[in-house]
Design a protein around this ligand. Structure first.
Ligand SMILES: *Cc1c(COP(=O)(O)O)cnc(C)c1O
Length: 395
């Protein structure tokens, strides 16, 4: 048989970790990597964090799963906790980011349906967006590499240039029910929304009874230095999808909404077998115990400033590096060259894990609780990798 046991949709590399400790991963032979990828912005407390590990272990032994047909005191208390920390009045728990975005799209649709405007079914989304890999979420982007082979895709989205408010104004028509965007585009190349853009979308939504839907799957849960990125813009969404960091490594997500925005999500409109099971709730509680503390977020912002300054200092020493982008610890280094090849080189020759993004950007996504020594180690490894990088090197 020629096909691998795992459906070959990922180009697997030589890194095969079997154990993690803080900001490091180890393979079966004891080889060590500095993990500034964090499972793509997931392991925000690093690997093997004692508080998170213990919470999951204890809950696994107590009650792992029950059906959403029954009451869940665990879900209710975590929902109340997240609601107290955000703009939201209500939420739905999912198992992943794409599912959280799916629920957000359904919530926006149901809002207009319940209001007697089912024709407002379409959302405006933005060029180079990443919202997940389901059929609906790949329809919400113009990224060819995500859509190729799966067309025809539903015509539920109108994709416009990011940060172009005039284009949005010009595209409003009776089919538009709202906007769906990442406040900082992650996979698309660490591109923050401009304050004018996000505030402008909020104003348009208010003026035309449209839903502002934020995908904070990557930007959320402290990653940008505030609990959610939109806080830094002074803009609140109507609906928000979260996942990745919220479980610290346990697969869980949520779709949060205001009472008004959720008016169509009535009995029978949505569901999930696993969504919000007690084990996932224990993980969220443990993550929030740490990340939702103002001192932790202040520390994250300080760490971000130090890492950013160290990266900035390194830029002029290497022709390969162009600029530093991003917010908090969602940082990107823009290259004058192929970021995928460079990420592979830094990984295989210097033991540093980062993530490639669009626009030849290297994503730097460390755990939020790293220290000064990790910052120095990362910058030293990046510098060494830049010095030894052969641009033609195969990925
Ligand atoms: C990762 C990501 C998703 C998809 O999350 P999955 O858990 O992989 O389904 C959606 N939106 C954004 C912005 C992401 O970064």
């Amino acid at each position: 048989m020629a096909i691998s046991p795992l459906m070959p949709v990922y180009p697997r590399c030589e890194v095969a970790p079997v154990r993690g400790e803080g900001a490091y991963l180890f393979d079966a032979d004891g080889k060590k990597w500095l993990d500034f990828a964090s499972g793509i912005a997931v392991n925000l407390l690093g690997h093997g964090h004692p508080h998170l590990t213990k919470a999951i272990q204890q809950q696994a032994a107590t009650l792992m799963h029950t059906s959403n047909l029954y009451g869940s005191p665990q879900q209710l208390s975590v929902a109340e906790r997240l609601i107290a920390l955000t703009f939201a009045d209500t939420l739905f728990f999912t198992n992943s980011g794409a599912e959280a975005v799916e629920c957000a799209i359904k919530t926006a649709r149901a809002y207009h349906y319940a209001g007697g405007n089912p024709e407002k079914f379409r959302l405006i989304t933005f060029s180079n967006a990443f919202h997940g890999r389901t059929l609906a979420t790949i329809s919400a982007t113009d990224q060819e590499k995500l859509r190729k082979g799966f067309e025809p895709l539903p015509d539920w989205f109108k994709v416009l240039p990011y940060n172009d408010l005039e284009a949005v104004k010009a595209a409003l028509d009776p089919s538009i029910g709202g906007f769906l965007l990442e406040p900082v585009q992650g996979e698309g190349g660490i591109r923050p929304a401009t304050p004018e853009f996000l505030n402008g979308l909020r104003a348009l939504a208010d003026a035309h009874d449209l839903m502002l839907v934020l995908d904070e799957v990557q930007t959320g849960v402290g990653r940008t230095g505030t609990l959610f990125a939109h806080e830094q813009y002074g803009v609140t969404p109507d609906i928000m999808a979260i996942a990745k960091g919220i479980g610290g490594g346990f697969p869980v997500g949520a779709c949060l909404a205001t009472e008004k925005a959720a008016r169509g999500m009535v009995i029978g409109t949505h569901g999930s077998t696993y969504g919000g099971n007690p084990l996932a709730m224990a993980a969220i509680n443990a993550v929030l115990d740490i990340v939702a503390e103002p001192e932790f977020l202040a520390q994250t912002r300080q760490t971000s400033e130090r890492l950013r300054a160290a990266l900035q200092q390194m830029i002029p020493n290497h022709d390969l590096f162009q600029e530093v982008r991003g917010l908090g610890l969602l940082l990107g280094v823009k290259l004058n060259g192929d970021s995928r090849a460079f990420v592979a080189h830094a990984r295989s020759s210097h033991g540093l894990l980062t993530v490639a993004a669009g626009d030849n950007v290297v994503r730097i996504l460390p755990p939020l609780n790293i220290g000064e020594a990790h910052i120095r180690e990362c910058v030293d490894k990046l510098s060494a990798a830049a010095a030894s990088f052969q641009p033609a090197e195969a990925v």
